[in-house]
Design a binder for this molecule. Structure first.
Ligand code: XMP
Length: 527
């Protein structure tokens, strides 16, 4: 499959060269909050590439290395002759100072954590800010001799040159991290650089994105047909709405009902995309084949593999059949809701950049033999931007602000064998969890909230009868990105209500437990 990268011709743009800081993506976000497009590129990007990139300014990110260390990441020094404004942050500042013949030394006192920063000289970088700022530091080295043309414009207790500037060339360096939330007024520093110093226009808005991207999609696709696997999740839904806006009936969406979906999901998706958006939506009921293949399987990894393989088989068959049935034209393009964090190239410090281009998901790993070209209209966006675009396209809030749902569906939330009757029990319990989370206002405040059906039966008493029924575990977590998570301290009343409703309303369940494990060491899903 071929990835075609889209551009954002004509729009203001800032390039961030990445030196491996854990905050590089946060810098990109902060720039975009100024409604300016930002792109993260490897620090190995050449000056001539940058020259032709259309960037109006460059930010050099922080990074874990020391500028004098062996193998420390460098930049093509030609970037200093492009006439573009440059802002170096932490490692980026030290590199800037060293490359322009200043001096950097390990500091005796490592600065880490919160600190006070004082502006010592007027600079456009600090326009509109008070004289002292709370800032976040995380560095060992400091600039001890300024390069020619630079002056110190700010200091901390440990460093007289915590911020440096060469106003003529528009080169700036900051020892602290303006991008993190622990530097409360840092966004204004970034805005001063992006808007004031680089002169960018605030032209990165959902509306302008939609207009530009639709034109790009039309140009890429021409008269050809596009197929998209619609799951009902945020990314594929927004991708579908965007493509539909761009190419209308040239888009066909395939929704595979694998029998492992939440209650009412299929009807809901058909309602919204088929009836409301008038999309060419093909619903394939493959529940019998999925559940058939899962019969007797209890191993979590085997479940995932079976579901992944079956998805490919069903999708491929459906795509072929819908292609031949309608005008006989095959699908040349496959659209996916790939997001920006999935396509950023990460370069290991001292490693081989080419080898490290991050591998990323695609729709269940669709087979190469299908020879699709990819259309990935969301590949420039972060998740919150995808949501804004979705709302602007008229998607309902319930879709745009949905919690993540795993590809293998309820199968990884039914421990032990997956059967139709166990799916029904979990769907009923899950429906209650979702409804109670929404009405209590907690749904939007957590990362995920769901029920898990355990392969454990326990004794209970209902009325005068002894019962011996299933146990449901309730999992509610908060998380920033799903990589780490903590269980949510839900109010007891809410926990109580969910438990009572599940036990009273879901036949076959007589006990509910609350999962109070964090990730790590537990994972969010149980399988
Ligand atoms: P874990 O369980 O690994 O989950 O802590 C982290 C996040 O990823 C989601 N998840 C999946 N999403 N296909 C997906 O599309 C999968 O196979 C899958 N497994 C886990 C999970 O819901 C959580 O948000």
């Amino acid at each position: 499959m071929k990835r075609t990268s889209s551009t954002s011709a004509g729009a203001s743009k800032i390039v961030i060269l990445d030196f491996g800081s854990q905050y590089t993506q946060v810098i990109a976000r902060r720039v975009r909050e100024c409604h300016v497009y930002s792109e993260i590129l490897p620090h190995t990007t050449s000056a001539s590439e940058l020259k032709h990139s259309g960037a109006r300014g460059i930010i050099l990110s922080g990074g874990p290395a020391s500028v004098y260390a062996k193998g420390a990441p460098r930049v093509d020094r030609g970037i200093y002759r492009l006439g573009l404004p440059i802002l170096g942050i932490c490692y980026g500042m030290q590199l800037l100072a060293r490359d322009l013949d200043g001096a950097v030394q390990p500091s005796e006192e490592r600065e880490f954590g919160s600190g006070r920063f004082t502006i010592t000289r007027t600079s456009p970088l600090f326009a509109g800010l008070p004289k002292t700022l709370d800032v976040w530091n995380s560095h060992g080295d400091k600039v001890t001799r300024l390069p020619a043309g630079f002056v110190a414009v700010g200091a901390t207790e440990n460093s007289k040159s915590a911020a440096i500037a060469d106003t003529r060339r528009k080169f700036y360096g900051l020892q602290f991290h303006p991008e993190v939330s622990h530097t409360p007024r840092g966004s204004e520093v970034i805005e001063n650089f992006v808007m004031g110093i680089c002169g960018c226009r605030a032209d990165w808005t959902p509306g302008s994105f939609i207009e530009r991207t639709c034109a790009e999609i039309r140009e890429q696709v021409g008269e050809d047909r596009v197929v998209l696997g619609l799951s009902g999740g945020v990314d594929s839904s927004v991708a579908a709405a965007l493509l539909h806006r761009a190419i209308g009936s040239q888009l066909t969406c395939i929704f595979v009902d694998n029998g492992l979906l939440r209650a009412g999901e299929r009807v809901w998706v058909r309602e919204i995309f088929g009836k409301h958006f008038h999309l060419d939506l093909r619903v394939v009921d493959a529940s019998a084949s999925f559940l058939g293949k899962l019969r007797g399987v209890t191993d979590p990894e085997r479940k995932r593999k079976i579901i992944g393989r079956e998805f490919i088989r069903v999708f491929e068959k459906a795509a072929k059949s819908f292609a031949t049935r309608r005008r006989g034209r095959p699908f040349r393009f496959l659209a996916q809701g790939t997001l920006y964090p999935d396509v950023i190239e990460s370069v290991p410090i001292g490693g081989n950049p080419a080898a490290m281009i991050k591998s990323h998901h695609n729709v269940g790993g669709l087979p190469k033999r299908m020879k699709f070209q990819l259309v990935e209209p969301l590949q420039q966006l972060f998740k919150d931007e995808v949501r804004e675009v979705g709302l602007q396209l008229g998607l309902p809030r319930e879709i745009v602000h949905r919690q993540p749902f795993p590809g293998p569906g309820l199968a990884v939330r039914i421990l032990g064998e997956v059967t139709r009757s166990r799916v029904r029990v979990l769907q009923a319990a899950d429906e209650i969890v979702q409804a109670e989370m929404v009405t209590s206002g907690w749904y939007d405040r957590v990362w995920q909230s769901f029920a898990v059906l355990l392969p454990v039966r326990s004794v209970g008493v209902m009325g005068d009868e002894r019962t011996f029924e299933n146990t449901v575990a309730l999992r509610v977590v908060e998380s920033r990105d799903g990589m780490t998570a903590d269980w949510v301290r839900l109010p007891y009343e809410l926990l109580g209500r969910i438990s009572t409703r599940i036990i009273n309303e879901v036949k076959g369940v007589n006990r509910v437990c609350y999962d109070i494990s964090s990730k790590p060491p537990a994972t969010i899903e149980w399988e």
